[in-house]
Design a protein. Structure first.
Length: 389
């Protein structure tokens, strides 16, 4: 037993609570997706639910493997990778907007030629922008109030990436903008600059709503949500699933609304969770996401470097805010957005990018922990510092 613990400690570094939360949610995801894909399997695979079980299990394994590799890379290296990824994501978003696969009246997907796997460049752009923003703020902490050299490059990066994403995916762009505002607030950006970002962001999103592919749909969803007399079909079926789940649920695999609820394996998987596992299961999932945010912020508090703290905060908030919005949609606290539930929804490359994000968070906690150990071992650690004039 001690040898196994030693092996775990050697190969799985970083915050052990985050490791536990991610593995627990990943295993739970396999169970829920297997149950939720019944109608999809009947339609596309002749009733063979194992097709989606094996596919999703493989993608979960890939995301965990990517997470492990990402946590082994020193987090400071991601500052350089982020710049390159951000520059790459701009032409990818443009190509996707004009030539990508059209699904639900929006071009969000590009197909990778060799492996014939579709992915959303917005996932790459989100990760790249959050990491690059953390790096820019960290390197400018001594000149954080400099409008020209600090604020202008930041607002240009946020404006370009969020604007391009908003043309085809308004809800993702809004969440990314909110995450950037949180990072900037933690990074000590003056409030007057934050208000400027909010104003410019609202203006840009309004323009994208009129010019983009999904702006009209996004506006109509908000109007439908505000109209209490008419409930959208997806929301109605979600409410039925939740109301019939009770406190303990119907049991794994016993969902009835999976056959009538659109996208029960992705956008509305939280409704299936409550239907099968009850309010207790839904509350347990919510607790795990809040615990993930708490551990991510603990890393921020214990971080020795500004970049590590801002990076962990940005990625933690990005994942958990998306999760909270998805759950809020399922229970009727927010208009329908089409955002999946991170770590739980069936997905393709989105699972991989989620794994990368979590791996980077673990890399920050791993690096800071290692620095603390090395500092404690230093022969000068407990010696008084020389006074300087």
């Amino acid at each position: 037993m001690s040898q196994f613990k030693t092996w775990i400690d050697e190969h799985f570094k970083g915050d052990p609570i985050i490791w536990g939360i991610v593995i627990l949610l990943s295993l739970f995801s396999i169970l829920v997706v297997y149950s939720a894909t019944g109608s999809l399997a009947y339609k596309n695979a002749g009733g063979n639910t194992e097709v989606y079980l094996l596919r999703h299990s493989f993608l979960v394994a890939v995301s965990l493997a990517v997470m492990w590799f990402a946590h082994k890379i020193p987090y400071r290296s991601y500052a350089l990778y982020a710049r390159l990824a951000m520059y790459l994501s701009i032409p990818l978003l443009l190509v996707t907007y004009f030539f990508g696969s059209n699904i639900n009246e929006a071009n969000r997907w590009l197909t990778i030629p060799l492996i014939n796997q579709a992915f959303q460049p917005s996932d790459l752009a989100k990760l790249a922008l959050i990491t690059a923003l953390a790096a820019m703020l960290a390197s400018r902490q001594n000149n954080i109030k400099d409008f020209k050299n600090t604020f202008v490059p930041i607002i240009i990066a946020i404006g370009i990436i969020c604007g391009l994403i908003a043309l085809a995916n308004m809800s993702t762009a809004i969440l990314l903008l909110a995450t950037c505002l949180i990072i900037m607030f933690i990074g000590r950006v003056p409030m007057k600059y934050l208000f400027m970002v909010v104003i410019v962001g609202m203006l840009g999103l309004t323009i994208a709503a009129f010019l983009g592919q999904r702006g009209e749909t996004f506006v109509s969803r908000i109007e439908n949500y505000m109209n209490e007399e008419e409930i959208p079909f997806q929301a109605e079926q979600s409410y039925i699933a939740i109301s019939t789940g009770g406190f303990t649920g119907k049991g794994p695999g016993n969902s009835e609304q999976r056959n009538s609820l659109p996208h029960p394996y992705s956008d509305f998987i939280y409704a299936i969770i409550i239907e099968e596992y009850g309010v207790a299961g839904g509350a347990g999932v919510l607790f795990l996401y809040l615990a993930l945010l708490y551990r991510g912020m603990r890393i921020v508090a214990n971080s020795n470097k500004a970049f590590g703290g801002l990076l962990s905060a940005g990625l933690s908030f990005a994942l958990v805010i998306q999760a909270l919005v998805n759950m809020a949609v399922a229970v009727g606290l927010a208009p329908i957005t089409g955002l999946p539930l991170p770590l739980l929804s069936m997905g393709g490359t989105s699972l991989v990018f989620t794994g990368i994000s979590l791996g980077i968070i673990l890399s920050v906690s791993r690096g800071d922990h290692q620095e603390s150990i090395e500092k404690a071992k230093s022969p000068f650690a407990n010696k008084p510092r020389l006074k300087t004039a």
